[in-house]
Write a protein that binds this ligand. Structure first.
Ligand SMILES: *Cc1c(COP(=O)(O)O)cnc(C)c1O
Length: 404
């Protein structure tokens, strides 16, 4: 994404022309960027040779999943719906792991029927349920157990998952107990220890603490795990100030871990593959004078992009036409939805805007469209993918008639 003669472009496409042609709001993805992000992971973790299972909840568009498959990645799913979708996209069952604290019997049956690589269980009850179904179907099912390592990921509290107060995984004591239970079972095959401590992690240090805990519990369990699934969580540079996770340092820590543990590493990255691959193109509907700042009322809202309202997440908003010499203004960017949390950002010293101007909200490829809703009976936006010199429609804009 660069400005050419002060006009914003994505992979040689002029964003203004896209906005006029397709109408706004639009989720616009770059395949080039997605491929680059996958390549970055592969290169930085080359010495580990991990199985990379894309976390589908970050973005579950079928067109995106097909690109994920073409890049030879597996998938991490958290529901029967996601499992159905990745199979439809052609991802091989032997590259699929199933996570989540509340898998229903139907979902477990489906996963067993499709012979996926791993069901990562998160409680004793779930292990017993998987065993019961496996026994009934006379199958041997590969399972992992998710450990809650009680590690602070130092990220937004809403997207932290590895602390003892979080609902995810089991504590060390239960973990060791479950290892024994599964070892005794004729229908379960214990293959994996999994962890996932949170999302948007920007320092390798929480991962380092996590690896120390994992190392200790493996020793205590005295069991040879074929896979260690380290989850995802690799953070990206939302602030555009080069603050992103140092993957090399993380990799070095894992290399050290592998010296004493002979196993295959699994990663479940979502955000680091999709996050910076898309922008949400939007138009200024009105500009309204407030007490101290002016409100920029956009045609995109919290139903299209929920992260700011849900987590207080920050996304850069940039104009598609840059004006260099211009009086600066203070603006609050908001959507039309009837909620005060329908606010994207408050910015001082922004270039002066006019009604009908186009803007883009940056880095919305992960947890953008996958969290979108029809709140206020607003149709979900169009999604397009820039693919070299072509534009592919990933999903059509919903019509109001679709919502009746
Ligand atoms: C959400 C989630 C991920 C992906 O997290 P990112 O921060 O998007 O990389 C991976 N594994 C599990 C179990 C998750 O719940």
């Amino acid at each position: 994404m660069i400005y050419k003669r002060n006009k914003l472009t994505i992979d040689h496409f002029d964003v203004g022309s896209i906005a006029k042609k397709y109408k706004t709001p639009i989720y616009c993805y770059s395949l080039k960027k997605i491929k680059k992000n996958i390549q970055d992971l592969k290169i930085n973790f080359r010495n580990i040779n991990p199985l990379i299972c894309y976390a589908v909840k970050a973005n579950s568009n079928l067109g995106i999943l097909k690109e994920i498959r073409k890049n030879n990645l597996g998938a991490d799913v958290v529901s029967g719906g996601e499992l159905t979708k990745v199979l439809k996209a052609g991802i091989k069952p032997k590259k699929i792991v199933f996570s989540g604290v509340g898998k229903t019997s139907e979902e477990i049956e489906y996963a067993i029927k499709r012979n996926i690589l791993l069901i990562n269980a998160e409680s004793k009850s779930e292990i017993l349920e998987i065993e019961k179904i496996a026994k009934r179907k006379k199958k041997i099912v590969n399972v992992g157990i998710r450990l809650n390592p009680n590690t602070d990921a130092k990220t937004l509290s809403q997207i932290s998952t590895g602390k003892k107060e979080n609902k995810f995984g089991v504590n060390q004591k239960i973990f060791l107990h479950l290892v024994k239970t599964v070892k005794k079972s004729k229908n379960l095959n214990l293959k994996c220890l999994s962890v996932h401590i949170g999302s948007q992690i920007l320092s390798y240090k929480p991962y380092q603490s996590m690896l120390r805990v994992v190392n200790k519990i493996i020793k205590k369990s005295n069991y040879n795990f074929e896979y260690i699934d380290l989850g995802g969580g690799m953070g990206i540079d939302y602030d555009h100030n080069k603050s992103k996770l140092d993957l090399k340092k993380y990799s070095k820590n894992i290399e050290k871990f592998l010296k004493t543990n002979n196993c295959k590493i699994i990663f479940e990255p979502g955000r680091s593959i999709m996050g910076n691959s898309a922008v949400l193109i939007t138009k200024v509907i009105y500009i309204k004078e407030g007490f101290k700042k002016n409100f920029i009322i956009l045609d995109a809202a919290m139903n299209d992009l929920m992260r700011p309202a849900l987590y207080g997440a920050k996304h850069k908003i940039i104009p598609i036409k840059k004006i260099n010499r211009n009086s600066k203004k203070s603006y609050e960017f908001v959507g039309p939805v009837c909620e005060s949390t329908d606010t994207f950002a408050t910015v001082k010293n922004y270039q002066k805007l006019n009604e009908k101007d186009y803007l883009v909200i940056c880095d919305v490829g992960a947890y953008g469209m996958s969290l979108a809703s029809n709140y206020n009976v607003r149709p979900k936006p169009l999604e397009i993918l820039i693919k070299g010199s072509k534009i592919q429609i990933l999903s059509k804009r919903q019509k109001i008639s679709d919502l009746m």
